[in-house]
Design a protein around this ligand. Structure first.
Ligand SMILES: Nc1ncnc2c1ncn2[C@@H]1O[C@H](COP(=O)(O)OP(=O)(O)OP(=O)(O)O)[C@@H](O)[C@H]1O
Length: 263
């Protein structure tokens, strides 16, 4: 059981997910408990197949748990909702719509007026540094720019919680570093609750207040590490002794999980 404090945003309790297949059942998550605070930045790391995406999908209401529960502000999650925005590794932009139209689309679905749609889309485009590309089409943008559009689109619906599944996974190291800093700046301004999955331990430590380490057999949380490094953080933070110590500690624990999986 998780104890729910006053500012708990997401309370995950006894969450189990079993996928039934022809060749047997897969336990993707087993009896997982996790409590995420309002405005907190949590990163999740762990070997492939340990249940990270499954956990994110259940929080997002995109998948149902086999047992256990996820509560958002004390209310059971039963499906997707406008208070949660999701960003995936694949940007999934509409190729026939401009950048601005892509961002406005989700707002239109929410019946937001034309004037407000445009204002919000422009505001969030500016926030991710793409103000000058409002009328460009996705094919005219680099991978990093497309991912910025996807982030602006998620922000534009003004969710309270951002769920991000390896959003920078497909990008080169330099673009990735740049987007990490931009995301942090935006988070510090907007203070959303962020749940961010990554394979990159360094990325987890630069972003998160807490890093959740998961193990694959069966999918469960093995440890949660506090990243006791003050914000603002930028690329130079990666050279701090404390950063390196925390990163190495998490990496050795994650590596142990990788070894378990490959046995
Ligand atoms: N729709 C599905 N049907 C059957 N099994 C599934 C399904 N989705 C996920 N699984 C299985 O559940 C387990 C957890 O998968 P999940 O995608 O959550 O892991 P992950 O940690 O996100 O992996 P990765 O890091 O590779 O993205 C894996 O063994 C996977 O094969």
């Amino acid at each position: 059981m998780v104890t729910q404090s006053l500012n708990t945003k997401i309370a995950i309790s006894g969450l189990t997910k079993i996928y039934k297949g022809r060749s047997g059942n897969t336990i993707a998550l087993q009896n997982t408990d996790l409590s995420i605070q309002e405005n907190e930045f949590v990163c999740v790391v762990g070997p492939s197949g340990c249940g990270k995406t499954t956990l994110l999908n259940i929080i997002g209401g995109l998948e149902e748990a086999t047992s256990g529960s996820v509560q958002l502000d004390g209310v059971e999650v039963k499906g997707p909702g406008r208070e949660r925005g999701v960003v995936f590794q694949q940007y999934a932009l509409f190729p026939w719509k401009t950048v601005l139209e892509n961002i406005e689309f989700g707002l239109k679905l929410r019946r937001i007026s034309k004037k407000e749609r445009k204002e919000r889309a422009e505001h969030y485009l500016e926030l991710v540094g793409l103000k000058d590309f409002a009328h460009a089409y996705p094919k005219e943008l680099s991978g990093g720019m497309k991912q910025r559009v996807a982030i602006a689109r998620a922000y534009a619906v003004e969710p309270e919680v951002l769920l991000m599944d390896e959003p920078f996974g497909a990008l080169d190291a330099q673009t990735r570093a740049q987007l990490q800093e931009e995301l942090l700046k935006t988070w510090m301004k907007e203070k959303k609750t962020c749940f961010f999955i990554t394979h990159d331990v360094e990325e987890a430590v630069i972003l998160a207040q807490r890093v959740v380490i998961m193990s694959a057999r069966p999918g469960r949380i093995t440890e949660i590490i506090n990243v006791d490094i003050p914000y603002p953080r930028d690329q130079s933070t990666k050279l701090d002794e404390r950063f390196i110590r925390i990163k190495n500690d998490i990496w050795s624990k994650v590596y142990r999980e990788y070894l378990e999986v490959s046995k």
